[in-house]
Design a protein around this ligand. Structure first.
Ligand SMILES: C[C@H](O)[C@H](O)[C@H]1CNC2=NC(N)=NC(=O)C2=N1
Length: 213
């Protein structure tokens, strides 16, 4: 099932306001659409048939293993300006204690964060605004949504690692989430990352050129 909705006036004002550089499509038919598929039997079978995504968490530690983990270091996409990205990550990463709420994942190749809003409408407007930024940057997230909560993971598939697009889009998400009235909740543990992992498995590789059949 395809789900699409017209951007509300509030969303339009926020998206086209100062701070975020974007351009709205001219007509409703051109407006950004996000399609979320889920629940169909084929999708479930495909996901069950495969093992783990690259971002899946390791199995839980057994009691005999030490609990302390060395801090994950960012693994940058080749060709990145590493010094600039290191600096840009400081206000984003929770580990730096500067108020950031993103965490490194996938052996440092990805940035992850969960966002919560009061209603589904606000959540959807936020996702629509993010999707417009993705269009501008030609870069997509690995994300999942249930009701008022959205999990977002930024990683670059080719060349693999964290790139400036990931870091920029993470900062843009923070800004958009504020504009759309994000609920500031500290402990946002949920199962949405595994939902995104399943979508990664079924989506295939975005960087492999499509062959015509
Ligand atoms: C061909 C096209 O430019 C590439 O597939 C782009 C599109 N969006 C992308 N998004 C992400 N997250 N990683 C990529 O490597 C990537 N590559």
């Amino acid at each position: 099932m395809n789900l699409s909705r017209t951007i509300t006036p509030t969303a339009r004002r926020i998206i086209s306001g100062p701070g975020i550089l974007t351009r709205l499509p001219a007509s409703p038919s051109q407006q950004a659409r996000i399609t979320i598929s889920g629940g169909n039997a084929l999708y479930r079978r495909r996901c069950a048939a495969r093992s783990q995504s690259t971002m899946a968490s390791p199995p839980p530690l057994s009691p005999s293993q030490p609990q302390a983990q060395p801090a994950l270091q960012p693994a940058f996409s080749s060709g990145s300006d590493q010094a600039a990205l290191e600096a840009a990550l400081v206000p984003l990463l929770s580990a730096h204690g500067a108020g950031g709420r993103w965490t490194l994942a996938g052996e440092g190749h990805a940035l992850e964060r969960t966002f919560k809003f009061k209603t589904f409408a606000k959540t959807w407007d936020f996702m629509t605004a993010v999707s417009l930024q993705c269009k501008i940057k030609n870069h997509h997230p690995e994300w999942s949504n249930v009701f008022n909560t959205t999990f977002i993971r930024w990683t670059t598939h080719s060349p693999k690692g964290l790139s400036s697009k990931d870091v920029d889009l993470a900062a843009i998400c923070d800004s958009l989430a504020r504009d759309f009235g994000e609920i500031e909740q500290q402990d946002l543990t949920c199962r949405l990352p595994s939902l995104a992992d399943k979508a990664v498995i079924s989506s295939g590789d975005c960087c492999v050129p499509k062959t015509k059949k």
